[in-house]
Design a binder for this molecule. Structure first.
Ligand code: NAI
Length: 473
């Protein structure tokens, strides 16, 4: 039997973008229904992405730090790994946050339905649930249906030894050897987790650099560390075939610049990017336009080409990041509720939560050089930071790019422990239009890693006393 319902606002997808949109709309007094096909709220980020991976990365970082304490005079034995306990710990964190979101939905009287939504028209959805179909007509709809891992040709998708970010986080076992295809964010974060737990990890990256979107100088310290932790890092290389063996291991052929190599791996993790989930929504039943890659086209109000339908998050394009989605979600909810709002930000920060972390925001040197954008920079090497040296984190670096005319901050790049937290100050500087003096004259606490942000500005201004930089004649 089909049940019919009407709501003021329906949100498809309960990830960080979708639940932010639903909660903001409810707070603005709207009647809201939130739909997700998962049995819990939180989307990919919470259930099988950002949060579980951070729980595992925390463990691998502490293991690495404990091992390095031997250089400081404290030695522990070889760690004993209880995989079941690690899984339970990770699942507990996810469940705690799932509950938190469910409670907040309840408190706001947001009705949440578990089911798969597809469009019937510009004003109606069908929702397939365990108990049958529901038809939901709406005044406004916000699509926040996210993205899915891309697979590559020649890789047997459904083979148990072929992992995606989703299945890799299940941590079924610790494979003896793991080939990571794709040296981007997911590949390096999960590669580092598996390496810490004992797998021999190799990475194949198609382009000449790891994390190709970031400046090579801030990736370098991470790459140096990964060289020690991983068995091999193959750049400018691609996987051409993956053939399963009877014992579930995989024979992989990789084309490198020096020729073709064939190797056997226990498992392969495919992390070569993500694609929008637009094909599952029956978009054809609406007048919503997609771009050539399948992303939903939106304007600065997050409106699609249908005036009462909005879209946010991964499904509208890169960067596919939770914090971008939640900001867009709030904009969509506000505009859909009749409030003036637009997505108008100067930058969106990127963070790779490896050890060391890599974080950047705004202009990169790669962008500047490609697009002939003039910039000047101030850099502070953590090798001169008392806190970094005390922590054994002296490989890090803080870099600020300035506008040569106004001396305002155009971009920030940081590598090192806590770079993801430190980039927040850079974001505020970019959004507030801070210039070099604003930063250099801000009193930063000493000794902290955060003070390297102020010191990078001092380097640029020539007022630094924590380094000696000979004057140019
Ligand atoms: P990605 O775009 O970060 O990296 C994919 C990498 O695979 C690229 O370096 C690309 O050059 C390479 N590649 C593509 N095809 C290849 C091939 N056939 N062989 C070898 N290499 C190939 O994508 P990833 O890591 O899958 O992440 C997907 C999305 O999820 C990204 O948009 C990312 O921003 C987001 N994400 C963000 C996280 C964070 O903020 N910390 C964590 C995890 C994911």
């Amino acid at each position: 039997m089909t049940e019919n319902k009407h709501t003021e606002i329906v949100v498809i997808g309960a990830g960080p973008g979708g639940y932010a949109a639903a909660f903001r709309a409810a707070d603005l007094g709207k009647q809201v229904i939130l739909i997700d096909k998962d049995p819990t709220l939180g989307g990919v980020c919470l259930n099988r992405g950002c949060i579980p991976s951070k729980a595992l990365l925390h463990i691998s970082k502490v293991m690495d730090e404990a091992a390095h304490l031997s250089k400081m005079g404290v030695s522990y034995g070889k760690p004993e790994i209880d995989l079941e306990m690690i899984r339970a710990h990770k699942n507990k964190i996810v469940a705690q946050l799932n509950d938190g979101i469910a409670q907040m939905a309840k408190a706001r009287k947001v009705e949440w339905i578990q089911g798969t939504a597809t469009f019937n028209s510009n004003s109606e959805l069908n929702v397939k649930t365990e108990n049958g179909n529901q038809t939901i007509s709406f005044d406004k709809c916000i699509i926040a249906a996210g993205s899915t891992s891309v697979m590559i040709p020649g890789v047997p998708e459904d083979h148990p030894s072929v992992l995606t970010s989703r299945t890799a986080l299940d941590l079924v076992d610790i494979p003896e050897s793991l080939l990571v295809i794709g040296g981007g964010v997911i590949g390096l974060e999960l590669g580092q987790v598996y390496a810490a737990l004992g797998s021999k990890v190799s990475v194949v990256e198609f382009l000449p650099n790891l994390i190709p979107g970031a400046d090579p100088d801030i990736v370098k310290p991470l790459q140096r560390k990964l060289k020690k932790q991983f068995e091999s890092i193959l750049l400018s290389s691609k996987v051409v075939s993956v053939i399963p063996n009877d014992d579930n291991s995989l024979n992989v052929t990789i084309e490198t610049e020096k020729g073709s190599i064939e190797k056997r791996y226990s498992k392969v993790l495919v992390a070569v990017g993500r694609k929008p989930n637009s094909p599952i929504l029956n978009i054809d039943a609406t007048d919503i336009e997609l771009d050539e890659k399948g992303f939903v086209k939106v304007d600065v109000y997050q409106k699609t080409t249908v005036k009462n339908i909005f879209a946010i998050g991964d499904i509208v394009g890169n960067p596919m990041l939770a914090h971008k989605a939640s900001h867009e979600g709030k904009v969509a909810a506000e505009v859909a509720s009749g409030h003036p709002s637009a997505f108008d930000v100067r930058a969106i920060p990127s963070v790779v939560y490896t050890d060391p972390e890599v974080a950047w925001a705004g202009l990169t040197e790669i962008d500047a050089n490609e697009n002939n954008i003039a910039y000047e920079k101030g850099e502070f090497p953590w090798a001169a930071s008392g806190k970094a040296i005390a922590m054994g984190a002296n490989q890090g670096k803080t870099k600020i790019l300035f506008d040569p005319e106004t001396k305002q901050v155009l971009g920030v790049g940081i590598v090192g422990t806590g770079a993801g937290d430190m980039i927040c100050e850079g974001m505020l500087a970019i959004e507030m239009g801070a210039d070099v003096s604003d930063i250099a004259l801000t009193v930063h606490p000493h000794p902290t890693l955060g003070e390297t942000f102020g010191l990078a500005a001092e380097v640029f201004e020539g007022t630094i006393t924590d380094l000696y930089i000979p004057k140019k004649r």
